[in-house]
Design a protein around this ligand. Structure first.
Ligand SMILES: Nc1ncnc2c1ncn2[C@@H]1O[C@H](COP(=O)(O)OP(=O)(O)OP(=O)(O)O)[C@@H](O)[C@H]1O
Length: 854
């Protein structure tokens, strides 16, 4: 028994050493460049192929081949990636989402290149570099980790590396060549990838797909090390490796036995899932959704006609051509799921292949039990949607990088624990529905389903949900402040995405007349993601074009060409526009109301209607106050509507941002908050708006405690806010921005509020149809205010509303705020412009050092 334990421990150490190498490489690259390189495993795979080519095919001596592979080829790949892909992105200030897309692009590109060069099949003659002695591997890993640790601690390069990690701009200002540090990081990271590849290749199937994915699973150890600590990464890798080896001894009985065994054999996948879900500190919260598309008008109707004709063409095909074409509509439905989740919602979802696979699996399981084909497909879709709900719920709390890892880990877990397991898939058959067994009839059925799905997604994008999703993608805090229930909406996108992927997956399986797990491999999922991003994630044409491209190129003589092409384009993300943007577009349409627009197309000046700021107040509000100047005519103080009671906020590090602050905001009054930088104004503002929870104290609205209410709930209760740094949605027009405020605000049943807000802020002319992306700051401030007012709030919290406005605009804003207060609104203004404050505020509070001092 003891010897078995020893043997298994040794085997575990060997696996753990390879994982530790990967962890070291990922951590060093991330520390030097800020990039989590998903393509690390693909580099490992390429290096393993290169060594095999040199030694086995060209008969070079092993030491020479290893030296060339590890000291020239591997670092060379890293340097090329740095210069051609990641440095240009860093120079453009790309957010983590774009960088991640680039690394997925590199992954797909290298997999495609390997397929083209060496074929898709596995090679089992990779040369053995260190033998199968785990101690030698462990020794190599520990030596490497110690060398890196020592170099980081005691060399000049190490000092520079740490300076760049701590504060890159400051490091550059102090004369450090951050690009050189990043290049060294890439070269070293690729060297470790190469070492991992050549060490693992003899013991794994060396094929273009397996090793890259295996190394992706090992990202778990870098995540556990919070992308920083080498000792933690090495220890985690060895521990998981040994635990995984020891678990192979267990043979659990019962129905869950095989599943538990699969979990035990894939402990790195479990670790990745748990680490990405549980550990904070990777990715972080911020502007890390996928970038919004460049809005470029609608496609001419003729384009859709041509597309329709092209899709009907295969009905005239026969034999293998028709059989191949059958995959296109099914794949297009799967890719449509990415248009919803990634294109509209901006979420990095890398697990769609799993939902597609589950769709096919559930359909097959049901048809095997005698359920008719179409009914089985119809049942599989809600079943997978339920899985999407379960898996999406924990995922949506994560952002950017962490979300990407969670979805990827979910996809890999579903693939490993379900789709590829005999207990789930043995004895399955998947036929076509009765009446559609013929290829032509089945293709026609697929076209009908595809048309229905396209119509559904088009309606979704045009409607209220589509606007809210676009807002979520463009600016999440802004969407939340507009009243969008962000978690619920993200979940809806995930569930809808899972349902669409399941439908497409089921159709794909029926088309192939079999459940084939490889068709839903996670690597394929990455390829699909890259394809959609490259072509334009927010275009309905994208799934059709991408599906056609992928199926056609894969069916051609050069398998891997699709991956190579799409990977290359994705790696160059940010430098080439999405391909769908190159199509001709119609200019945005204008309606009759545009007649009021000034001839120049510039927004009209701000205006105040004679009936008060909001023109036609709702009877429920009973706002009958005439408009009057604020100063000197303050209404008698009313009971506080919004009340902060003894708020205290202390930031980590002991910074006391608020100390026992009490503030009353009453209706019909403008309250201003002034004070030096760092006084605590924004912190107090955030506590009132709901984006920050005070450590002590309460916030009440009309006497009801709302301290624990989320920001979007407060907006729906009538507390609207604007931001110090503009929060408008660039991919939406001015009118859509304002409509979103109405649809998500306090009173959601009064569409006329949009028009009133547009007129009040001088935005009712031609500018209403302009995408917000193209407008100057002064106009955008008005758009933000109009959006806040369109929800008919009773309380308005404005964070530096005059920032970026010229003198005339500031004066007009002052008139509007005075009128709004006269109209019954409770207004809080945090402002540095003391003239504006003096002109409108009934009460001015000064803050200093986290307290209200006057
Ligand atoms: N996320 C944070 N972590 C740590 N300290 C913070 C954080 N946010 C703010 N602080 C600190 O809390 C204090 C109050 O900051 P706050 O932003 O509320 O001030 P402010 O009056 O709004 O300043 P400004 O006018 O520059 O926006 C400052 O000392 C600031 O450095």
């Amino acid at each position: 028994m003891a010897s078995l334990t020893y043997e298994l421990t040794l085997a575990g150490l060997a696996v753990g050493s390879a994982a530790a190498l990967t962890g070291i490489g990922l951590v060093v690259t991330h520390r030097a460049t800020g990039v989590l390189n998903l393509a690390h495993g693909a580099v490992a795979m390429i290096c393993a192929y290169v060594l095999r080519q040199l030694v086995v095919v060209w008969h070079w001596p092993l030491p020479l081949g290893a030296l060339v592979t590890l000291l020239l080829v591997a670092p060379g790949i890293g340097l090329v990636l740095d210069r051609a892909v990641f440095r240009p992105l860093a120079r453009r200030g790309a957010n983590p989402a774009r960088t991640l897309v680039a690394s997925i692009g590199v992954f797909v590109l290298l997999v495609g290149a390997a397929v083209l060069l060496w074929g898709p099949g596995a090679q089992d003659d990779a040369p053995v570099l260190l033998g199968d002695d785990p101690w030698a591997q462990l020794g190599a890993v520990v030596t490497l980790a110690c060398l890196v640790g020592a170099a980081t601690r005691w060399t000049r390069f190490g000092r520079e590396l740490r300076a760049v990690i701590d504060n890159r701009p400051l490091a550059v200002l102090s004369g450090i060549d951050a690009d050189r540090v990043a290049a060294a990081g890439w070269a070293f990271g690729s060297f470790t990838a190469g070492l991992t590849g050549v060490l693992l290749a003899p013991y794994l199937r060396l094929d273009p797909y397996g090793m890259p994915l295996l190394v992706v699973e090992v990202i778990a150890v870098a995540v556990i090390a919070r992308m920083r600590s080498l000792p933690v990464a090495v220890a985690a890798a060895l521990a998981i490796g040994v635990a995984q080896a020891q678990l192979t001894r267990l043979h659990p009985e019962g129905w869950a036995g095989p599943l538990l065994q699969a979990v035990g054999a894939n402990l790195f996948v479990v670790a990745l899932l748990v680490a990405a879900l549980v550990l904070p500190g990777i990715g972080g919260k911020g502007r890390d959704a996928l970038p919004p598309p460049v809005r470029s008008g609608r496609l001419p109707g003729g384009v859709w006609l041509v597309v329709g004709v092209l899709l009907l063409l295969p009905l005239g095909f026969a034999g293998s051509d028709l059989h191949t074409a059958i995959q296109v509509p099914a794949l297009a439905v799967i890719l449509l799921s990415l248009v919803v989740v990634a294109g509209r919602g901006g979420q990095i979802a890398l697990g769609q292949a799993a939902y597609a696979g589950l769709g096919a699996l559930f359909t097959a399981l049901l048809t095997t039990r005698g359920v008719p084909g179409l009914v089985a497909l119809g049942l599989a879709v809600p079943l997978v949607a339920a899985v999407g709900l379960l898996t999406g719920r924990p995922a949506i709390r994560r952002h950017g990088l962490a979300l990407a890892l969670v979805t990827l880990a979910t996809g890999v877990a579903v693939s490993r624990f379900v789709l590829t397991q005999p207990y789930a898939t043995a004895g399955l058959s998947l036929g076509r529905p009765a009446g559609f067994s013929d290829d032509r009839a089945f293709y026609a059925l697929e076209l009908l389903v595809l048309a229905g799905c396209l119509a559904l997604v088009a309606a979704l994008r045009r409607g209220r949900t589509g606007r809210a999703l676009a807002a979520l993608r463009d600016h999440e805090p802004g969407a939340e402040a507009s009243g969008v229930p962000v978690p619920r909406l993200k979940l809806l996108a995930f569930v809808l995405g899972a349902a669409l992927a399941a439908l497409g997956g089921g159709l794909l399986g029926m088309g192939l007349r079999a459940f084939e797990p490889e068709a839903y491999d996670p690597v394929r999922g990455l390829l699909w993601f890259a394809a959609v991003l490259v072509l334009g994630a927010d275009s309905l044409l994208t799934p059709l074009a991408a599906a056609t491209l992928l199926v056609t190129l894969d069916a051609g003589p050069h398998a891997g060409a699709a991956a190579l092409l799409l990977g290359l384009l994705a790696a160059l993300t940010g430098r080439i526009p999405p391909l769908m943007n190159l199509l001709p577009r119609k200019a945005p349409s204008r309606n009759a109301a545009d007649g009021e627009a000034p001839p120049t197309g510039r927004p009209a000046p701000l205006s105040i209607s004679s009936t008060g700021a909001r023109g036609n107040p709702g009877p429920a509000e009973g706002r009958t106050h005439p408009h009057r100047p604020a100063r000197g005519h303050a209404p008698a103080p009313a009971p506080a509507r919004l009340h902060a009671h003894h708020l205290t906020v202390t930031y980590p590090g002991g910074v006391s941002a608020l100390s026992d602050v009490t503030l009353r905001l009453a209706p019909s009054r403008v309250t201003a908050l002034v004070g030096p930088n760092g006084a605590g104004k924004s912190t107090l503002f955030d506590c009132l708006a709901g984006t920050l929870r005070p450590h002590h104290g309460r916030v009440t609205l009309d006497g009801t405690d709302i301290t624990s209410r989320a920001a979007h709930t407060r907006t729906r209760l009538g507390i609207a806010r604007t931001f110090q740094r503009l929060a408008v949605f660039p991919s939406l027009t001015v009118e859509e921005n304002v409509r979103l405020g109405q649809e998500q605000g306090r009173i959601r049943t009064d569409p006329a509020a949009v028009e009133r807000s547009l007129r009040l802020l001088g935005l009712a002319g031609r500018v209403r149809h302009e995408p917000a992306a193209d407008l100057p700051t002064g106009v955008l401030r008005r758009v933000e205010l109009a959006r806040a007012l369109a929800g008919q709030p009773h309380t308005l919290l404005l964070d530096e509303p005059a920032a970026g406005l010229d003198t005339a605009e500031t004066a007009a804003l002052a008139r509007i705020l005075a009128a709004l207060a006269a109209d019954g609104l409770t207004v809080l203004v945090v402002e540095h412009d003391l003239d504006l404050v003096a002109g409108i505020a009934h009460t001015v509070h000064t803050m200093e050092g986290g307290r209200i001092v006057s």
